[in-house]
Design a binder for this molecule. Structure first.
Ligand code: AMP
Length: 513
């Protein structure tokens, strides 16, 4: 292992590695190495032929009055720790080497760097982006390793790499924690024993956020409120910010979806600490959550909604529904649409304007609407005609197809109790689509289900289907439904497109109004 302090020597070594066709991994650190840093080193060792660890306490990322002077430094110890990892080079330049007299060029990151850490520490990310670009230029690595611990930093660096056309690949490694949950950090040495106990409030607030989302809570304000309660329970802890943000834009979200990041920064007395967690369905591994967060599309419109935890929660309830268990004719398979196809076919739930409600999915897999991507058969062709759409691509731009019954019934008559339970799940399912304003109800069973259990009309006031439809091609009704935030909903009752003798004419022009 070589300890290099001169930029020229580091550049020469990097050049030599490239000439030999070796891959180079860079782990940038500020030293005072701990097991968090070492997890990055381990990952780099696995993926690259040559590993360079830089140790540099970068003065330009500290604002005046911050802890630059007292930041822990122990290069000998760092070098000896890295000795166990068989790495190739420790690059530890001095401040004068990196910022010689006359230095005057800085990288100015944009809005991603203006919020949270950027707002609390003016100029911080300007210093980070500048030193990272310098290190990348000096070492020319194939891959650079960063920790999720500094999530905003990683996102700012990712933007820098894209914006300045750098050819490095970035790898983000999950947060390493001590057994009690505290995220390891070089600054933890500042904490007294009591302060360390108080510092656990950060990871506990994040655990609270995870627990709430796993229980199906998606309202960001409610989750933030609970997180703040955890932090405020300890008088030593003064939060700088608690936020639930989109991983791509770092903008606050109103509702949590898979990949949403919970960020927290707080002072424990005078020690400032950061932590975060990626929210997602229960049981998802840290690596998977990182993948979800990093590949999350940048949602730019405020009402776009990516199916995530809320959809998972609805599915979970359906799958675990035991309410019909006493009724022997009814089985409860997972709902295929929710389980497998919602995310594939509806990456933005806000496009859906109308839900088509049938009776129940066919038991014949080859006829499954979503599994075959809306491949025409007798029912599908008639449905497309009814709605005035050409094909599945057009269908999924506005419509979903769902059923009044979430489970399968073998008998022709569905007991009311089963219908009541199923429509409770249907309410949750419809509630996922924020812009839904139309229901299209197909046939008699769906009509009874909607009338009795969505509109909550007493059974004796619900007319027989044939009398209700009369000689009309369809019947239109307006309603406000509590589970759809009381917004006005149009309901079209139609004859079933492929059952029975009567058929409804196309709704296309009525739907376009
Ligand atoms: P620092 O020395 O604090 O600048 O950190 C150097 C790198 O190690 C950064 O990419 C950090 O995000 C990462 N890092 C710091 N603490 C941890 C941790 N507890 N788990 C994983 N990575 C970490």
């Amino acid at each position: 292992m070589r300890l290099v302090t001169a930029i020229s020597e580091m550049k020469a070594l990097a050049r030599e590695a490239r000439v030999q066709g070796k891959s180079v991994g860079l782990v940038p650190t500020m030293g005072a190495l701990h097991k968090g840093h070492l997890s990055l080193v381990r990952q780099a060792k696995q993926q690259c032929d040559i590993v360079v660890v830089s140790v540099f306490v970068n003065p330009t990322q500290f604002a005046p009055g911050e802890d630059y002077d007292r930041y822990p430094r122990d290069l000998d110890k760092d070098v000896s720790l890295l000795g166990d990892y068989n790495i190739d080079t420790v690059f530890a330049p001095s401040a004068e080497e990196m910022y010689p007299e006359g230095f005057q060029t800085f990288v100015e990151p944009g809005p991603l760097a203006a919020v949270y850490e950027g707002a609390c520490r003016p100029g911080h990310f300007r210093g980070v982006a500048t030193v990272v670009l310098k290190l990348l230029n000096i070492v020319q690595p194939d891959i650079a390793y960063f920790g999720q611990k500094d999530f905003q930093q990683a996102i700012v660096v990712r933007r820098l790499v894209e914006d300045l056309n750098l050819s490095v690949r970035l790898v983000l490694c999950p947060i390493v924690r001590d057994d009690d949950g505290l995220a390891v950090s070089s600054r933890n040495v500042y904490l007294s024993r009591d302060q360390r106990k108080s510092a656990l409030a950060l990871s506990q607030s994040l655990r609270k956020a995870r627990e709430l989302t796993h229980a199906g809570e998606t309202d960001a304000n409610r989750i933030i409120g609970e997180m703040q309660r955890v932090l405020q329970a300890d008088p030593r802890v003064r939060p700088d910010y608690v936020a639930l943000v989109s991983p791509a834009t770092l903008q606050p979200v109103a509702r949590v979806t898979a990949g949403t990041i919970a960020l927290v920064a707080a002072r424990v007395d005078s020690v400032r600490l950061l932590d975060n967690t990626i929210l997602g369905p229960a049981g998802t591994s840290q690596d998977e959550l990182l993948q979800i967060a990093l590949s999350a599309p940048a949602v730019t419109t405020t009402d776009a909604r990516v199916p995530g935890i809320d959809a998972e929660a609805v599915l979970h309830k359906i799958e675990n529904c035991r309410d019909c268990a006493a009724i022997s004719t009814i089985l409860l398979p997972p709902r295929e649409f929710m389980a497998a196809y919602l995310k594939r076919d509806y990456p933005d739930l806000s496009v859906v304007r109308a839900a088509v409600i049938g009776r129940h999915s066919t038991a014949r897999p080859e006829n499954s609407f979503y599994r075959s991507s809306g491949c025409p058969n007798r029912f599908v062709t008639a449905l497309y005609e009814l709605l005035g759409v050409e094909d599945f691509t057009e269908f999924k731009k506005r419509f979903i197809l769902t059923d009044i019954i979430r489970c399968h019934a073998s008998g022709p008559r569905i007991p009311d109790r089963a219908l009541r339970n199923c429509t409770r799940h249907l309410r949750n399912e419809l509630g996922l689509f924020p812009n839904l304003d139309t229901l299209i109800v197909l046939g008699e069973d769906a009509y009874f289900g909607v009338q009795q259990f969505l509109l909550e009309r007493p059974a004796d006031q619900v007319q027989p289907f044939s009398a209700f439809m009369g000689s009309h091609g369809w019947v239109e009704e307006h309603a406000e439904l509590s589970f759809l935030d009381h917004r006005p909903i149009r309901i079209f009752y139609c004859h079933h497109p492929s059952l029975g003798y009567q058929h409804s004419p196309s709704l296309a022009s009525a739907l376009a109004e």
